[in-house]
Design a protein around this ligand. Structure first.
Ligand code: GAL
Length: 500
């Protein structure tokens, strides 16, 4: 019999039920990306994300030569030298049951075939990021189950740098905050099956005025590869305003990364001014910021969840596997306590700020719903150790994350919005569909839709319909509910015959 702790509990965000699972209890469930992109001949570190009681037993058929699976389900080794797709049949079992899934290892030029998931230091640590913080966050991501839900990257943002480069031009980390450099941090993360991200800028300085990467692209990319870096967020402060220069500068870094022996994801952080959605994928970036920085607010302004989502929703045509619109990090868990995110700069000098109260429970629910539906990169950016149960539940709902990570890679589109409500639809790879409602107002709204009317014609028929946030199975595709101030609901319908 399952122990009592394995029983999911229901929490509340406003008037909405949110299911909270113990990720280390119950039968196995395979989460995370079903398609994994890797460049030929480069190091693979990929945890098969599985929740459920430990110990788990992993059996994987179809592994190409040079790749093995360890006892924790982490695929390790060197990708085959030639482009091609390898179908891995995964079976995981524990004392409560078993689960199977197919994971496709896609060897070729495209990385991040599903939106990157992980954590970034900026919003909470700002200039105070250290090696210790990064390793502690990685350990927390393993113990709180985030790795088992598909979160993989731990990204060091600005301020990892020493005051200057070494005399030969190679980049150097701050000896006080990263006393042994970046490589041991990468090693520690890799041992946990996680990946390390780093940050630079396509000018001589970063936004925080550390040394940037412009004209050091090869030197930096080689150093990052040697250190074991897996992702580069490349910013655009202090760089020329025109689009052609931006393309040239991002292309130079992209080429330098591709000339190394690692698969390093390029995350373009140009803030949307030069329409990166029209060119960043073309030069090999896996995602690009579409807006200025997000702050801890549900505002309609440029810095708030609604303002940012409104801009990002218009760009649905540009998203697809390996090419994601990035509306910036997740604020879930900051709740007005984020070091950077909760202080909104005001005035031209940016020296003054307004203290933000942060999102309430309903707004946090809507933030996560919108980012999941928009196939956005999911980078948490708060102190994981102090996450409330609700915030952890919002970040780790397996159905919601499965929609974000769906291998079809479509960004949700707005359909038939009623006043004050966004209704979004995201088609899924198995012929299913996800549908969400977000109440943009403070007044209660009644919402409803027929999921069988928005699902692909070929997939109509016997549908399994669930309320993704509560986990409740519904006996009809005709959903209707009442949303309180700023609340969201999210439903998933899948053709029954396609279920594992
Ligand atoms: C901003 C960027 C933030 C953070 C910051 C670091 O431009 O949008 O996400 O990276 O720079 O200084």
């Amino acid at each position: 019999m399952p122990t009592p702790s394995s029983q999911p509990t229901l929490l509340r965000a406003g008037s909405r039920d949110v299911i909270a699972f113990d990720p280390l209890a119950g039968p196995p469930r395979i989460n995370g990306a079903r398609r994994v992109g890797i460049r030929p001949g480069t190091e693979l570190i990929h945890p098969i994300a599985v929740t459920g009681e430990r110990p788990l037993r992993f059996e994987v058929d179809g592994l190409p030569e040079g790749i093995t699976v360890d006892a924790e389900g982490i695929l390790r080794g060197t990708a085959p030298a030639d482009d091609g797709e390898h179908e891995l049949s995964v079976r995981v079992s524990n004392a409560r049951g078993s689960a199977t899934a197919t994971i496709r290892l896609c060897v070729g030029g495209t990385l991040a075939l599903t939106p990157p998931m992980g954590w970034n230091s900026w919003n909470v640590y700002g200039a105070k990021v250290t090696a210790e913080v990064i390793v502690a966050i990685a350990e927390e991501m393993v113990s709180n189950g985030m790795r088992d839900l598909g979160y993989q990257y731990v990204n060091i943002d600005d301020f990892w740098h020493a005051s200057s480069r070494a005399p030969d031009g190679t980049p150097v980390a701050n000896p006080e905050t990263f006393p042994d450099g970046i490589a041991p941090v990468a090693d520690a993360l890799h041992r946990l099956g996680l990946k390390l991200g780093i940050y630079s800028d396509a000018a001589h300085l970063t936004c925080g005025k550390c040394f940037g990467g412009h004209q050091y692209e090869r030197v930096d990319a080689d150093a990052y590869a040697e250190w074991g870096v897996d992702l580069l967020k490349y910013d655009y402060c202090f760089a020329p305003k025109d689009q052609a220069s931006a393309i040239e500068r991002y292309d130079a870094m992209s080429q330098a990364l591709r000339a190394t022996n690692r698969s390093i994801v390029l995350s373009a952080c140009e803030c949307g001014g030069r329409k990166p959605w029209t060119w960043a994928a073309g030069i090999g970036a896996s995602c690009w910021r579409t807006t200025f920085d997000i702050f801890d607010s549900f505002s309609w302004m440029w810095f708030g969840v609604r303002g940012i989502a409104r801009r990002n929703l218009r760009l649905a045509d540009y998203a697809g596997p390996g090419a994601w619109n990035d509306p910036d990090m997740l604020l879930i868990g900051n709740r007005g306590r984020g070091g950077v995110t909760s202080r909104l700069p005001t005035g031209p000098s940016g020296k003054h700020h307004v203290k933000l109260r942060g999102l309430d429970d309903a707004q946090a629910l809507s933030h996560m719903t919108l980012w999941a539906m928009m196939a956005a990169p999911l980078l948490a950016s708060h102190d994981l150790a102090t996450s409330s149960d609700l915030d952890t539940a919002l970040l780790t709902n397996p159905e919601v994350l499965a929609v974000n990570q769906d291998e079809l890679g479509r960004q949700a589109r707005k359909v038939r919005s009623s006043p004050g409500v966004w209704q979004l639809v995201k088609p899924l790879a198995d012929g299913g569909v996800a549908l969400s409602f977000t109440n943009l107002t403070r007044l209660p709204r009644k919402v409803g839709a027929d999921l069988s009317a928005v699902i692909d014609a070929g997939a109509r028929g016997d549908l399994e319909v669930i309320d993704a946030w509560s986990g409740e199975a519904l006996d009809t595709p005709k959903v209707k509910t009442r949303l309180g101030a700023h609340e969201s609901a999210m439903y998933v319908a899948r053709p029954r015959q396609n279920l594992d």
